[in-house]
Design a protein around this ligand. Structure first.
Ligand code: C5P
Length: 220
């Protein structure tokens, strides 16, 4: 059916979440943070004592398929336990990147992601929303920003949560994560052929939001 989806894909800390959730809010659409699903899967696997590698691919995929996860008012509950902050650490991001490189884990999360496509519409952010999960989406945005800008933003975000971090370490981490996400065999990070490219390095959040909403209006 023709339930509209706006895909926002891009590298780590490019501002996808901020942009996508705000566009969803303005349009009154649902919002899917697909990265959260990989973060939760990584956390669940680590808590189960599993190494995040191919040896455990199918065990982790089964966990992903049956994740006891609930999203309520901006909080994430895993088996009833609040893991909202636990999945936002750099370590959780790195673990998400590891489990997300396992093809069986990616397949296990497809149906769950697609189930977020409900009326009146969806804004979905991630790495492969436009290329794999919603290939028929009427609008796909590929968001980028320089590595320096992204490290700087991630740093501010962490500081505001009272988490200490060094900008240089953050930059090294996000470049390592980008490299893994871009070079994996399945669903690598890359713009869909029909994606609109948006570099927000020198844009405010409001400017990027306005740009995406303008593009969306032009499509109607
Ligand atoms: O977007 P976020 O940083 O929360 O994503 C965490 C990790 O999950 C990414 O580095 C990426 O490896 C993986 N991911 C993915 N596909 C998505 C969303 C996230 O592979 N659609």
């Amino acid at each position: 059916p023709h339930i509209p989806v706006i895909c926002v894909d891009g590298p780590t800390a490019s501002g996808k979440g901020t942009l996508a959730s705000e566009v969803a809010r303005r349009l009154g659409y649902h919002y899917l943070d697909s990265g959260a699903l990989y973060r939760i899967t990584g956390l669940a696997a680590v808590r189960a004592g599993l190494a995040l590698d191919v040896a455990h691919e199918h065990t982790i995929a089964r966990m992903a398929e049956t994740l006891p996860v609930v999203f309520v008012d901006g909080s994430v509950l895993l088996a009833g336990q609040d893991v909202t902050d636990d999945i936002r650490t750099e370590e959780a991001g790195m673990n998400a990147s590891k489990v997300s490189a396992l093809p069986a884990v990616r397949s296990a999360l497809v149906a769950l992601q697609q189930s977020f496509r409900r009326l009146p519409g969806l804004v979905a952010d991630g790495r492969d929303m436009g290329t794999v999960i919603f290939p028929d989406a009427p609008m796909k945005v590929f968001l980028t920003a320089s590595a320096g800008q992204r490290a700087d933003r991630r740093h501010k975000q962490l500081i505001s949560k009272g988490i200490q971090a060094k900008i240089d370490d953050l930059r090294a981490d996000l470049e390592a994560r980008d490299a893994r996400d871009s070079n994996r065999a399945v669903a690598p990070l890359k713009p869909a052929q029909d994606a609109l490219l948006l570099d927000n390095s020198s844009q405010t959040v409001e400017e990027s939001v306005a740009q995406v909403l303008r593009w969306w209006e032009e499509k109607q």
